[in-house]
Design a protein around this ligand. Structure first.
Ligand code: COI
Length: 357
């Protein structure tokens, strides 16, 4: 790719690091592709978008994002189809959610062209980093943070937006054992739980670690008022199949508007399954399990896609769910979603953007 074909100016690497990548052994989030997009906000406008070699940046210790948490991010994936073309999954949905998060965190909206052209140009330059391996993808990480060197508490006047990428394999290596969290909360009504704000993830680490020390991979968050209703699981939206129906908590100010969540519900409706977006109480899950009606449970997210839940712990008891192979709805949707993302199935909802290389 020559630089003059790009509309965003690019400073390309002289030597790619692609040899560092073993396509058959990709760990999540540890190796980064050659280039990144950087744009800055100052004097009331986004300016100077450019593509640079991936690498460290100079930051003042007073950078306000590090102190008061004006920091948001997105996660999206690009795949390879059978012809070697690169397919990006639902990028506009990530763009819209980024600006939703920006609004909640009192940060400036990003123009669509910086996001979309930046993605497209990065993918052209770093196409070799999109793994052809089944179950793998190039994970793109757009994020924005406050850059004022000022430690008074107020919204920053300056921001930086970056997109970098990393080839990834499976986020979770096995079906999950999760525990319902009876004390800690991820988010409360009126808070920023629906935003993909860095602080939401930071505050979740201690409760998750405590559950991990008890032998569970992750926890299931419950509502902040009564710990009675299910919210999310770990960093994912959560879904259940009870009595043949796909049930998931509705999006709200406390729950992330998951793009994988929406894709799964859409495909489930396309397949003719009954889908219910409604409050799900912990008691309902326990009763369904007792009655033999809790057939499936799984998390949905960009990183994990569909993460099967094998066991749910609540109140001193482990509820073991049916074997993964028996789970008709999640297995069927997961397979179809993979096929759409990799161009093996028709894309009736126009989710896939083909990058012409
Ligand atoms: C996602 O991309 O699914 C996330 O929320 C980020 C993280 C779990 C890697």
């Amino acid at each position: 790719m020559s630089i003059d074909m790009l509309t965003i100016p690019a400073q390309c690497v002289t030597q790619s690091r692609i040899e560092e990548l073993d396509y058959n052994n990709i760990e999540f989030g540890k190796i980064f592709s050659d280039h990144m997009l950087v744009a800055d906000y100052k004097d009331g406008a986004w300016q100077n978008p450019q593509i640079l070699p991936y690498g460290p940046m100079d930051l003042s210790p007073a950078t306000s994002a590090l102190h008061y948490g004006q920091a948001i991010f997105e996660g999206m994936k690009a795949y390879r189809d059978a012809n070697g073309d690169v397919l990006l999954f639902r990028p506009l949905d990530n763009f819209n959610r980024l600006n939703l998060s920006a609004e909640r965190m009192c940060m400036p909206a990003l123009p669509e062209d910086i996001f979309m052209q930046g993605l497209e140009q990065l993918l052209k330059l770093d196409a070799a980093w999109v793994p052809p391996t089944a179950g793998c993808a190039l994970y793109l990480r757009p994020f924005m943070f406050a850059t004022d060197n000022f430690i008074g508490v107020r919204p920053s006047d300056t921001y930086r937006f970056i997109i970098f990428s990393c080839p990834v394999g499976a986020y979770y290596g096995q079906p999950l054992k999760v525990a319902i969290e009876p004390n800690y909360v991820r988010s409360a009504e009126g808070g920023a739980g629906f935003a993909k704000a860095a602080g939401n993830y930071g505050a979740a680490l201690l409760p998750a670690r405590k559950m991990q020390e008890k032998g569970y991979h992750q926890l299931i968050w419950t509502d902040a008022k009564e710990h009675k209703y299910i919210e999310e699981s770990g960093t994912m939206n959560v879904m259940f199949v009870m009595d043949g129906k796909l049930v998931t908590p509705p999006v709200s100010t406390t729950i992330l508007k998951g793009i994988t969540r929406n894709s799964v519900l859409t495909l489930a409706r396309d397949f003719g399954y009954t889908v219910e977006e409604r409050k799900v109480s912990v008691d309902e899950i326990v009763a369904a399990h007792k009655a033999g009606k809790l057939q499936e449970a799984f998390g949905t997210g960009t990183a994990a896609t569909i993460a099967q839940i094998a066991t749910i712990h609540y109140n001193g008891e482990d509820m073991d769910l049916p074997a993964i192979e028996e789970r008709e709805i999640s297995n069927r949707i997961s397979a179809e979603l993979d096929k759409i993302k990799t161009g093996q199935s028709p894309d009736p909802h126009n989710w896939v953007q083909r990058i012409s290389l």
